[in-house]
Design a protein around this ligand. Sequence first.
Ligand code: GUN
Length: 281
Amino acid sequence: MSAVLMDGKALSAKVRGEILEKARALTAAGTRPGLAVILVGEDPASQVYVRNKEKACAECGFYSEKYVLPAETSQQALLELVEELGRNPSIHGILCQLPLPAHISEQAVIAAIPPEKDVDAFHPANVGHIMIGDFDFLPCTPAGVMELLDAYGIDPKGKRCVVIGRSNIVGKPMAMLLLHRHGTVTICHSRTQGLADICREADILVAAVGRAHFVTPDMVKPGAAVIDVGMNRVDGKLCGDVDPAAAAVAGYLTPVPGGVGPMTITMLMKNTLRAAEKAAR
Ligand code: GUN
């Protein structure tokens, strides 16, 4: 078997086209969607993500502001910036790129973002909404995965879904979205015993581990949909959490790059558009 490669780049382009149309209409009616992106420090991967977010804003016809602050920025100064953006009517979404330097509490910064501008869906109020299945914003990476599954006709209903990774950004909300869609969901992590056996039961396997080529072909059920959320740099080259050789066993596989990555940013645009639409009402 050779897996169907799930093309996140093509799907992103299509969805961004739809967002651009809606953003134009909203702008014509007096509200141009606006996103503020904050980067603290010089993490090279974060710099790339932030640049791609700015580019996506331009592609979707959004207004955007970028704040690049030195790594020594105090928590107080960052909180003041977030609060100021919270009051700015031209800004509908605020994103503070994680991770933050160790002296800044990520939770304190997230809590300072007004929930209606929290386009990452990281604020505890939004996390709670996701938990109960009543939400405005979906966390971007898991939402991107769901759109990819839908585009390829893969329905989680009744399926065995295994998520490797339990982060607040990906693993936990991913499990919740699959559960809302009636999947039978298992979350695995670094202390899980018998991980390979559990993975082999998965009809839908989501790898969000942060370790290059962690998922090997022997961990994949023949015909499974394998979703690779990994963005690892090995010798300067971007590679996923799934060994590409898994394509010989899987039915579907998201490539890295070009799978989940572009979808994540597109879902950020979708959330920002939604925030602007709500603000315009
Ligand atoms: N760092 C890695 N992924 C993300 C994300 O989706 N949002 C933010 N704010 N930071 C991140």
